[in-house]
Design a binder for this molecule. Structure first.
Ligand SMILES: Cc1ncc(COP(=O)(O)O)c(C=O)c1O
Length: 323
C-alpha cells in the first residue's frame, strides 16, 4: 500500500544526465555520466531539495507551523530547510553543533535571510544533535507551537522518498539514452540520499550497483543506518524490501569531514577543469575520489557520478573562507 505523504514541489526535475566525455579521456574509462543534482534549482539545496519536497509535504499534512532541523554550521540541509519552510509559510528553528562562523558563510547567511531562528553551540558533538532536536521540539510544543522535527540531514523514510523516485528518474533518462548503467556513485553523509536511492533501485528493479562514499562516519555503521532507512522508505511506498547486500558503503572520510586529502584536491580540480563541475571538500570531492578509484580498479561502465551539490562550500573554499 502506498502511504507516501503529499509532495510539495520545490526542485526543477528531472535534473540533467550529461555525458562527461572530457572526464572519460582523463580517467581512461567510458562511458561516464554525471547526474546533475547540483542543479535542482531551489536555493542552493542540491540533493536536499528532493528530500525537502516530501519532508515539507509531510509537515504541511500534519499542519505543523514550525520546521526544526539541525546540523553543523556548514549544513546545506539546514539552509535549504529554512528556505523551504519560508516558501510554504512555516517558521524554522535550526540547531547547530558549532560556533557561529567567524567569517561570512553562505548557508548561515541564507538561513538568516529567510528569518530562521539559529541556535549555535547546542551540543558538544554532532552525534548528540538528534536528541537535542527532539528536546527542542518538545519544548516549543509545550509552548503552543506545532513542530515538525527531523534528524540531521533529514534522513528519514519520508526524506528518502524523493531519492527513491530519483532512482526511477535516472532509469528513465538512461532508457531514453539507450544505456544501462552498471555503477553509480553518490556522496553519503546522513545516509538519507543513499537510503532513498537503494529503496528505489530495489523497488523498481534497476540494474546498477550503487556505492555510497561515506564522508563522515565509519562505513559499517553507516550501511546499517542506510539499510534501516531504505527499508522504512520502501515500506512507505509499498515497494519490495532492500537487503544488506543492496547497501554498499565505502569509508571515504580520509583525514576527516570537510578536510580534503591530496587525492580529493585532484578530484575537485579535475572536475572543475575538465567538466566545469564545482565539488566541495565535504561531499563531492570525496565521492569523486571514490569514483576515480573504482574506475581505476575496472568498475563496470557505463558509470554515473551523482553530483549532489555543495556549491557554497566549494566557492568558500576557493575564496579561502569558511562554509
Ligand atoms: C552537497 C551534499 N552532498 C551530499 C550530501 C549527503 O546526503 P545525505 O545526508 O542524504 O547522505 C549532503 C548532505 O548534506 C550534501 O549537502
Amino acid at each position: 500500500m502506498d502511504m507516501t505523504p503529499p509532495r510539495t514541489r520545490l526542485a526543477i526535475l528531472p535534473t540533467p544526465l550529461v555525458r562527461a566525455s572530457r572526464l572519460e579521456r582523463v580517467l581512461d574509462a567510458a562511458p561516464l555520466f554525471v547526474k546533475r543534482d547540483d542543479l535542482t534549482g531551489f536555493g542552493i539545496a542540491g540533493n536536499k531539495a528532493r528530500a525537502l519536497e516530501y519532508l515539507i509535504g509531510a509537515a504541511l499534512a500534519e499542519r505543523a507551523d514550525i520546521f526544526v532541523a539541525a546540523g553543523s554550521p556548514s549544513s546545506n540541509f539546514c539552509a535549504a530547510a529554512a528556505i523551504a519552510a519560508r516558501v510554504v509559510g512555516m517558521d524554522c528553528d535550526l540547531l547547530f553543533s558549532g560556533e557561529p562562523p567567524s567569517v561570512p558563510s553562505p548557508n548561515v547567511a541564507l538561513a538568516r535571510a529567510v528569518g530562521a531562528r539559529l541556535f549555535f553551540n547546542v551540543v558538544e558533538t554532532r552525534d548528540l544533535l538528534n536528541d537535542r532536536v527532539l528536546e527542542h521540539a518538545n519544548a516549543i510544543r509545550a509552548a503552543g507551537r506545532r513542530p515538525y522535527a527531523v534528524p540531521r540531514g533529514g534522513a528519514t523514510a519520508v526524506g528518502g522518498l524523493g531519492y527513491a523516485l530519483a532512482a526511477r528518474e535516472l532509469a528513465e533518462q538512461c532508457n531514453l539514452a539507450e544505456i544501462t548503467p552498471r555503477t553509480v556513485v553518490v556522496a553519503t553523509g546522513s545516509g538519507g540520499t543513499q537510503a532513498g536511492l537503494v529503496a528505489g533501485q530495489v523497488g523498481f528493479d534497476l540494474p546498477w550497483r550503487l556505492v555510497g562514499a561515506s564522508v563522515s562516519r565509519p562505513a559499517q555503521g553507516m550501511a546499517r543506518e542506510v539499510l534501516r532507512t531504505s527499508r522504512a522508505c520502501a515500506a512507505a511506498m509499498g515497494l519490495h524490501e532492500p537487503s544488506a547486500d543492496d547497501v554498499d558503503v565505502r569509508d571515504c572520510r580520509g583525514a576527516g569531514f570537510g578536510i580534503a586529502s591530496a587525492e580529493d584536491q585532484v578530484s575537485s580540480r579535475m572536475a572543475l577543469e575538465h567538466e566545469g563541475l564545482l565539488l566541495d571538500d565535504y561531499y563531492g570531492a570525496k565521492a569523486m575520489t571514490l569514483f576515480r578509484a573504482m574506475l581505476a580498479a575496472d568498475a563496470p561502465t557505463p558509470a554515473v557520478f551523482w553530483h549532489t551539490g555543495g556549491v557554497a562550500a566549494s566557492l568558500t573554499a576557493l575564496m579561502g573562507g569558511a562554509s
